[in-house]
Design a protein around this ligand. Structure first.
Ligand code: NAD
Length: 340
C-alpha cells in the first residue's frame, strides 16, 4: 500500500529525497496549474511540467498520448518519477500513464479536490474513459506515496466539495454508520483533515482485504453502477454533472433498490434519500433516455454473463456485493430516482 501523508504538503521535499529517481515530472491540468502548482512549486527541485486540458472530457487516450510523448521527448527513463497534481482525472490518468510508460515508472499523487483526496488518489485504480464508457481502459497500480492537504480546498467551489462529500457519505453508508452521522451533522462545508483521514482509512481497509476487486472491494462501488451510467450519459449529452453528483444520484437509486430487495426499511431509505436529495440536484433527463442509461449500466465492470450485479446496502453502515438486479427493478429505480 502507498504511504499516505495527511496535511503535510511541505513534506514533499522529504518524500522526494526518500524515493530514488532520475528525472522528475509534474502533471497538472490548466486549473491545477493555476491554483495548485504555485503552492507546490516552492518545495520542488528541478522538474518538467506537463500541462493538459482539464475535465472528464479529456480523460482520454489522446491526452495519454500527449503525456507519454512529453515523457519521451524529455527523456524520462524507467527511474523517472511523476507527480500527479490534480483531481481524480489527473490522478487516474497520470497513474495510468506512469504505470504503462516503459512498463511502469513510480508516481506520487497529490490530490487537490476533496473527491480525489478521499477516493480517487488512493486504492490503486487508474485509467481513462473510452468511447463514452467510464474508466473502460485501465490498470491497478499503486502510487508510491500520496500527500493529502486541505490547503488546496481554498480554491475549490462548493459544488466540488459537495461532489467529494458523496464518496465520504458512501464510505459511511457501506462501512461506518457513525461516520455517516458525523458527516450528516457537519455538512460538506465543514470537512477537515481528520474526517478525510477517516474516510481514507475506511477505503484502505477494504482495499487491503481485496486489492484487485475480486470480491469485498466491490462494496466501494455502491451507487456507482447507476451513478457511472448517469455520468456517462450526462457527458455524452452535454449535461453538467460532476462525478460525485452522479454518485449521489446513483446512491439514491441503489438505496431504493436496497429497500425493494428487502434489506433496508422504508424509514432507513427515506432518511438516506432525503439527505442525498437535499444536496444533489437531479438532472433533467427525459424518460425516453432511460433505456440508454440501462444499456450503460450493462457495461459496468461488476457484471457477469450479461447480468447486472450491484453492491447494495444491507443496513446503513453495512453493504454487500454481487447482488443480481433485473431490468425491471433497474427501470423502476431509474423512474423513481429521475422522475420525482
Ligand atoms: P477533476 O479532476 O475533473 O477535478 C474537478 C475540477 O476541479 C477540474 O476542472 C480541475 O481542474 C479542478 N480543480 C482541481 N483541483 C482544484 C483546486 N484545488 N482548486 C480549483 N480547481 C481545482 O474531477 P474530480 O471530481 O476530482 O475527480 C473525478 C474523477 O475521479 C472521475 O474521472 C472519476 O472516475 C475518478 N475517480 C476515480 C476513483 C478511483 O478509485 N481511481 C474513485 C473515484 C473517482
Amino acid at each position: 500500500m502507498s504511504k499516505i501523508y495527511f496535511g503535510e504538503i511541505n513534506k514533499i521535499e522529504k518524500v522526494l529525497s526518500s524515493i530514488p529517481h532520475t528525472k522528475l515530472f509534474v502533471l497538472v491540468d490548466d486549473e491545477t496549474e493555476k491554483h495548485c502548482y504555485p503552492i507546490l512549486k516552492p518545495y520542488m527541485k528541478a522538474h518538467h511540467l506537463i500541462s493538459v486540458k482539464n475535465g472528464e472530457l479529456n480523460k482520454t487516450l489522446e491526452t495519454c498520448n500527449f503525456i507519454w510523448q512529453e515523457l519521451t521527448s524529455h527523456e524520462a527513463d524507467r527511474n523517472a518519477l511523476l507527480i500527479n497534481l490534480g483531481g481524480g482525472v489527473i490522478t487516474d490518468m497520470g497513474g495510468f500513464c506512469a504505470a504503462t510508460y516503459k512498463r511502469g515508472i513510480n508516481f506520487i499523487n497529490i490530490p487537490t479536490t476533496l473527491l480525489a483526496q478521499v477516493d480517487a488518489s488512493v486504492g490503486g485504480k487508474t485509467g481513462i474513459d473510452f468511447n463514452g464508457y467510464k474508466n473502460h481502459i485501465g490498470i491497478f497500480a499503486e502510487p508510491i506515496a500520496v500527500i493529502i492537504d486541505t490547503i488546496f480546498h481554498k480554491t475549490l467551489e462548493n459544488r466540488q466539495l459537495a461532489s467529494g462529500f458523496a464518496e465520504m457519505l458512501k464510505h459511511g453508508l457501506i462501512a461506518d454508520k457513525l461516520h455517516w452521522d458525523i458527516l450528516v451533522k457537519n455538512g460538506y462545508k465543514a470537512i477537515d483533515i481528520a474526517l478525510i483521514k477517516h474516510s481514507v482509512s475506511i477505503k484502505e481497509n477494504v482495499v487491503k482485504a481485496d486489492p484487485n476487486e475480486k470480491g469485498l472491494r466491490k462494496v466501494l462501488n455502491f451507487g456507482h453502477t447507476i451513478g457511472h451510467a448517469i455520468e456517462s450519459f450526462a457527458l455524452a449529452n452535454d449535461i453538467s454533472l460532476l462525478h460525485g453528483e452522479a454518485i449521489g444520484i446513483g446512491m439514491i437509486a441503489e438505496t431504493f433498490i436496497s429497500q425493494e430487495k428487502g434489506y433496508l426499511t422504508k424509514e432507513q431509505q427515506r432518511e438516506i434519500e432525503e439527505l442525498l436529495r437535499g444536496i444533489y440536484t437531479i438532472p433533467n433527463i427525459k424518460k425516453v433516455s432511460y433505456n440508454q442509461i440501462m444499456r450503460l449500466c450493462k457495461q459496468d465492470k461488476k457484471n457477469q454473463n450479461g447480468m447486472i450485479n450491484m453492491s447494495l446496502l444491507e443496513n446503513p453502515g453495512q453493504a454487500n456485493f454481487n447482488i443480481p438486479v433485473n431490468d425491471e427493478l433497474l427501470e423502476k429505480a431509474l423512474n423513481y430516482t429521475l422522475s420525482m
